[in-house]
Ligand binder design. Structure first.
Ligand code: F6R
Length: 613
């Protein structure tokens, strides 16, 4: 949430920063701003709305300069408007700052500063921090670097910040705690950003700042790192593996559509090199050292949020069925505040696309204190969760830029399937025959998914019929129940239609009262062990005049006869249905949102990578 970018070098800094902000726009898009150093002063331009609004606003302004910071905002404190947009400045206007995170003790600090005569222009927590830095700089005669460092010692909360001053055209100061920040090292130029996407175009060499670290960056002296406690640190330079094409739309109208279509590849990439059909084995190298812990675990606890939490629910079915380990799936935000009972022989698995979700990160920190083994399933390499966990498996889905998660979900389910199989095999809770069959079926999923994607035109037609609905219900049973939740979430978040997901059998305990001829009911009704039951559930909906849109297996006869519409997916082992059946639900939401003229890549009020609680 909130994206920050900074540049120091010989290029036009504004252009680099603006391009970077556009790449980070998925992190927040209610307002944006830049501060550009020019001749011992700073030009600040801010604008409510998208980065494009800022570009339009600044088009006739002076945007020259070689040092700049920029910010794209997702509001926490204060409305999205020009005043609350970042950068914010110290009271003498000499120091400018961009911030991602939340200063939790801002009201106490604000009161103190107000008593000392400071006037606040905005409603943001960030302005407190910049006044505090300015105050230390002015009164203590400290260098800017030490003023930032000392101010951060007074702050409680989360931050990634970059600071510049009028007085020095060759100085960037950057620091982080609980919000991500990457420093890029080019040839005679430096970059800072919330993630590597604004940097990759210019250099592959990056340093991920650790919590509590502060960087002093200048062309003269390079990058120097310290802790905010003033201890020297050696920067650890890593090489990025990301490719620029992965950050472009590649001919698709939206990132979401591109990412939906990428799923045959992202699933393949997530499986690649991790199993062998001829040898009948699965090896997730990243967790090998902790395999015994998993085998002997009394219980697994999945912690996650949103779509990743739904992947966890699918994982519950997979692990209980294949590896016979009891699983609890927890909303990270609830788990962390509940004084949860965690033992040393528990294994906590954090699932997160971004690897930065604040609640998930906090949940695993609690589990770590209580000595559980921590495993991460993350998509972003080098992210906080991947570093905080003992071991893990990356999903290799590639950058996910559409705010609504699609390919990350199927990649997470792929990893969970492989993990459950690897442990089930070692524990002997799955027969060789079933294991080998499942492996062959898993291997075939990317090709089968291509067939599902061919249903796009049909799905668009169905979307056209229902895009004006005000409510929708999603039903599934067993391992498909989490898909009902995920389908409903996708529809809500990008088309703003109220939707609910339910286990199909629960319908008669309440939600059936909602059904009338206006209500579309999306049902995952593939040919599996609960097929007969779901057919009865569909009959119940039909008897109340609800409209049924069913996802069925190729060759289905019964559901096809009674559903108003159906979308066929290839037959597969019932444990693998989530990998196929999710995709029509994603496409349905996509088309419905488009027909309602919603911004599918940047839905209102949302942002990707939720780094605030
Ligand atoms: C929904 C969505 C969110 C995320 C959630 C967790 O489409 O994208 O619900 O799944 O914010 O994010 P990660 O996986 O980055 O921890």
């Amino acid at each position: 949430m909130c994206g920050i970018v900074a540049y120091l070098g010989e290029k036009n800094a504004y252009e680099v920063v603006i391009k970077g902000l556009q790449r980070l726009e998925y992190r927040g898009y209610d307002s944006s701003g830049v501060a550009i150093h020019k001749d011992k002063s700073v030009n600040i331009y801010k604008q409510k709305g998208k980065v494009q609004d800022l570009i339009d606003f600044a088009s006739d302004k002076d945007t020259n300069g070689n040092l700049a910071i920029g910010h794209t905002r997702w509001a926490t404190h204060g409305l999205p408007n020009n005043v609350n947009a970042h950068p914010h400045q110290s009271s003498n206007g000499k120091i400018s700052l961009v911030h991602n995170g939340i200063i939790e003790n801002y009201s106490v600090l604000k009161k103190e500063l107000e008593q000392r005569g400071y006037k606040f222009l905005s409603e943001t927590d960030t302005e407190v921090l910049v006044h505090l830095i300015g105050d230390i700089h002015k009164n203590g005669k400290q260098s800017l670097f030490d003023s930032v460092r000392l101010a951060l010692n007074e702050v409680i909360g989360a931050y990634a910040i970059v600071v510049i001053s009028d007085e020095n055209p060759d100085e960037l100061i950057a620091a982080r705690k609980s919000s991500p920040l990457v420093v890029g090292l080019g040839q005679g130029e430096y970059f800072c950003a919330s993630d590597a996407t604004p940097i990759i175009e210019y250099t592959k060499n990056v340093v991920y700042l650790e919590d509590g670290e502060i960087a002093h960056i200048s062309l003269k002296n390079g990058l120097k790192l310290k802790t905010i406690g003033n201890q020297n640190k050696t920067p650890y330079i890593q090489e990025l593996e990301m490719h620029l094409e992965a950050l472009e739309k590649g001919g698709y109208e939206h990132f979401m559509l591109k990412e939906i279509y990428e799923q045959p590849k992202s699933i393949l990439d997530s499986m690649r090199g991790r199993f062998s059909i001829s040898q009948g084995k699965v090896v997730l190298g990243g967790i090998l050292d902790y395999e015994e812990k998993l085998i002997n675990a009394k219980r697994l606890i999945f912690v996650a949020c949103g779509t990743s939490w739904h992947a966890g629910l699918v994982g519950e079915y997979l692990f209980e069925e294949i590896a016979r380990i009891p699983v609890e799936v927890e909303y990270a935000s609830e788990f962390r505040y509940r004084n949860p009972i965690i033992n040393e022989d528990d294994v906590v698995i954090a699932i997160s696309q971004s690897g930065e979700t604040a609640d998930t990160l906090a949940a695993i920190k609690i589990a770590k204190e209580r000595k559980a083994t921590l495993i991460g399933i993350c998509n972003v390499v080098g992210s906080s969760i991947s570093r905080e966990t003992h071991c893990g498996s990356y999903t290799h889905a590639g950058p996910e830029i559409g705010v609504a998660s699609t390919k990350a979900f199927t990649a997470q389910v792929t990893i969970l399937t492989l993990m459950a199989m690897m442990i089930g095999r070692r524990k002997g809770t799955i027969t060789n025959e079933r294991f080998n069959r499942l492996l062959v079926e898993l291997n075939a999923i990317p090709e089968k998914l291509k067939t599902v994607l061919k249903e796009n035109d049909l799905i668009e037609k169905i979307a056209k019929i229902y895009h004006k609905s005000t409510n929708a219900l999603y039903l599934g049973r067993g391992i498909n129940f989490p898909l009902a939740l995920e389908g409903a979430l996708k529809l809500k978040e990008i088309s703003y239609i109220h939707a609910e997901g339910y286990p199909a059998a629960e319908m008669k305990h309440g939600p059936i009262a909602l059904i009338d001829e206006e209500m579309p009911v999306f049902v995952i009704a593939t040919k599996d062990s609960s097929y007969e039951k779901i057919v009865s559930n569909i009959q119940e909906v039909k008897a109340r005049k609800g409209k049924v849109i069913a996802i069925v297996s190729h060759g289905d006869k019964e559901v096809k006869k009674i559903a108003n519409h159906y979308i066929e997916i290839p037959k597969c082992d019932e444990l693998l249905v989530p990998l196929l059946a999710t995709v029509p639900l994603q496409l349905l939401s996509y088309h419905i949102a488009l027909m309602r003229e919603c911004n599918v890549d940047q839905p209102r009020n949302l942002a990707k990578s939720v780094t605030v609680e």
